[in-house]
Design a protein around this ligand. Structure first.
Ligand SMILES: [Zn+2]
Length: 321
């Protein structure tokens, strides 16, 4: 079983820690800072086997050099981009990787737009059969995991893929140390700054059309896919989502839950794709009400989903953020 847990970094980054249950070789995703990674691996007696990088921004790659100084044998997977040094395995669309120490392989997806070379990693579920879940996906108690993320060294929030007992769209368990059981077949997407819970990344050196296409591609994955983004932006994003769809019951319900989780310092990531499809305006560009809101901002009719996306992103950039 693959265990996944966040290592909080900076103000609102999550560095995802992956390890195969029973093994001591860990993989981290987008280590912008080496210190919390070193502390966490030391606390759990783990060795770094691999680093996955999604894009070149400093808060995603800043810790790589110092982690390699400590674990020089670690593999570093990343996009083909001269701005990212120290990559041992340059990867792109269609590649499949198998980080050392994990029984899970990952499909590389080109999801450009936030940057021109941004990629994402889609984890399979190789050991789904025969693994009876120890955790209970429905056992999510918002009050149970009361430690703030910054205090975490012990895997206080974790998820796991590869379990066969499941209840649909659940995410983390919320209980200290309890791995939750996710649906058989549920994949995990490490999407960096492309898609955020209830939002998406800004367009830097990619294009709006690229980001719209990347989000459409993510939207077409199985709805039980869990989305592990790199920032805790959910509550702020839900505020903008409510500008777009002020009367949405699904949004109101999600906001209430997220507020309760943040009040006790719990991560609100990962989320399920199903939840994003119901509440994330950037994945809802074909919904008539979302399109109408985007047209009201743009002051003109918008004929394609990419145009609706661009108007929403520019609306958020210029009026909300
Ligand atoms: Zn970024």
């Amino acid at each position: 079983m693959l265990n996944i847990s966040p290592i909080p970094a900076f103000d609102d980054n999550y560095i995802w820690l992956l390890r195969q249950e029973g093994r001591d070789l860990a993989t981290v995703v987008d280590p912008g800072d080496e210190e919390p990674v070193i502390a966490r691996l030391a606390a759990e007696g783990l060795t770094l086997g691999a680093i996955l990088l999604t894009h070149h921004h400093g808060d995603h790659i800043g810790g790589v050099a110092d982690l390699l100084a400590r674990w020089p044998q670690a593999r570093v997977y990343g996009p083909r981009d001269r701005r990212i040094r120290l990559v041992t395995d340059s990867v792109g669309e269609g590649d499949r990787i198998a980080p050392p120490g994990l029984a899970t392989s990952f499909q590389v997806l080109a999801v450009h737009g936030h940057t021109a070379t941004h990629i994402a990693y889609l984890a399979d579920h190789p050991d789904a059969a025969g693994d009876v879940a120890a955790g209970n996906a429905a056992n999510r108690s918002p009050a149970a995991g009361g430690r703030p993320p910054s205090a975490g060294t012990g895997g206080e929030i974790s998820g796991a893929i590869g379990a066969s007992a499941a209840s649909g769209t659940s995410r983390n368990s919320g209980a200290n140390g309890a791995a939750s059981a996710l649906g058989e077949g549920a994949g995990a997407l490490f999407c960096g700054d492309t898609l955020f819970a209830a939002g998406c990344g800004r367009v830097f050196d990619g294009t709006f059309d690229q980001l719209a296409a990347s989000l459409a591609r993510i939207a077409a994955l199985p709805p039980d896919t869990l989305l592990y983004c790199a920032h805790e932006y959910t509550l702020a994003n839900l505020g903008f989502a409510a500008w777009v769809e002020p009367d949405s019951p699904a949004l109101a319900a999600r906001r209430a839950r997220v507020e309760a989780e943040r009040a006790v310092g719990q991560p609100t990531v990962p989320s399920s794709l199903a939840e994003e499809l119901a509440t994330n305006p950037f994945l809802r560009t074909t919904v008539p009400g979302v399109r109408a809101a985007a047209e009201a901002f743009a002051g003109q009719s918008l004929s394609t989903a990419a145009q609706v996306f661009t108007a929403l992103r520019q609306w958020k950039d210029s009026r909300y953020d």
